[in-house]
Design a protein around this ligand. Structure first.
Ligand code: SF4
Ligand code: SF4
Length: 123
């Protein structure tokens, strides 16, 4: 039996650290399973905070101050993800695997050049 060996996909515009961003590029935000769980949790906390702020009738500036303090507190706490690797500390959650709100570790792996291969654009 002949075994097909795929060409390396390092030059593909969708290739990120051995993973494939193709589906995400096609439908940004559609696959919830690709999201960083820590960022998802933050969104949930923020939604809950907004609901409470509205229920208490807080002004916009008071709510913004409170949220900023809460957010700084969260940044100091353990992110709660065992796969987190320290990365860009200017972007929450400061993880090297985070690409916006996508966790690179949750993307499908790239097994070599496929029909969706698309070369990196030239500068
Ligand atoms: S490894 Fe990083 S990007 Fe992935 S879920 Fe954990 S904190 Fe988020
Ligand atoms: S070659 Fe195919 S599987 Fe690999 S990164 Fe590109 S699009 Fe994704």
């Amino acid at each position: 039996m002949t075994r097909l060996v795929r060409l390396p996909a390092g030059g593909c515009r969708h290739f990120v650290s051995g993973r494939c961003l193709y589906e995400e590029a096609l439908n940004p935000g559609y696959q919830t399973s690709y999201r960083c769980t820590v960022v998802l949790e933050l969104h949930g906390l923020y939604d809950g905070f907004l609901t409470r702020a509205e229920a208490f009738g807080l002004s916009e500036s008071t709510a913004a101050d409170l949220w900023e303090r809460r957010f700084l507190e969260l940044c100091r706490q353990d992110a709660g993800c065992q796969d987190r690797q320290p990365g860009d500390m200017n972007a929450f959650p400061g993880c090297a695997h985070c690409l916006g709100d996508v966790c690179v570790l949750r993307l499908p792996s790239c097994d070599g050049r496929c029909r969706n291969f698309s070369p990196q654009p030239r500068d």
